[in-house]
Design a protein around this ligand. Sequence first.
Ligand SMILES: *Cc1c(COP(=O)(O)O)cnc(C)c1O
Length: 221
Amino acid sequence: MSTAPDRLAEVQARIAAAAREARREPASVHLVAVSKTFGAEEILPVLEAGQHVFGENRVQEAHGKWPALRERFPDLELHLIGPLQSNKAREAVALFDAFHAIDRPKIAEAIAGEMARQNKAMKLFIQVNTGEEPQKAGVLPKEAEALVRLCREQLKLPVCGLMCIPPVDDEAALHFAFLAKLAREFDLPELSMGMSADFETAIALGATYVRVGSQIFGHRG
Ligand SMILES: *Cc1c(COP(=O)(O)O)cnc(C)c1O
């Protein structure tokens, strides 16, 4: 059976190959290893293999496992990839280095307030609900421009890109291409898109951050 470090190396090689295929620099694609539901004992070998960027989708869960790991690996980068409730903004800004799911004015305001209060820099993405699915987080495409403007102009938030999670039954490439087009329109350089099943497609369409979980850590229980 393969180990998580073996699978990490395989994912890294596939990312580099997909980047070259798209005539892009492999270093222009950042791997976020999604460790949600896995414990420190499963994360540690991946850290020791040199992966230092990780994604979690719940503040509470991340709070339980990452502060101790960060003491041992001070240069690690922790990304919050799931939606946030505004009453968790303080804890999220304290714990995470990046947030991929700004999806409404209230969250943008809470993050801006906490970043100022804690004097903390964060990498920020706006999540777009490209499939307009009622149960999914993300701003609707037609409301995205107003949210980008609010972040930039009123809140002075350093938003660097857009994020999406395509509907499970749709062709992912259509959503990735649409997100890339929106990002160009808004003049945002980063694209957080692509997961275990479709990260190579996302890289072909311009992803700069891919969020890969099960392909590295195995299936979530
Ligand atoms: C869980 C999760 C991922 C990783 O999904 P895999 O299919 O396991 O690679 C990526 N992005 C978000 C937002 C997630 O919640």
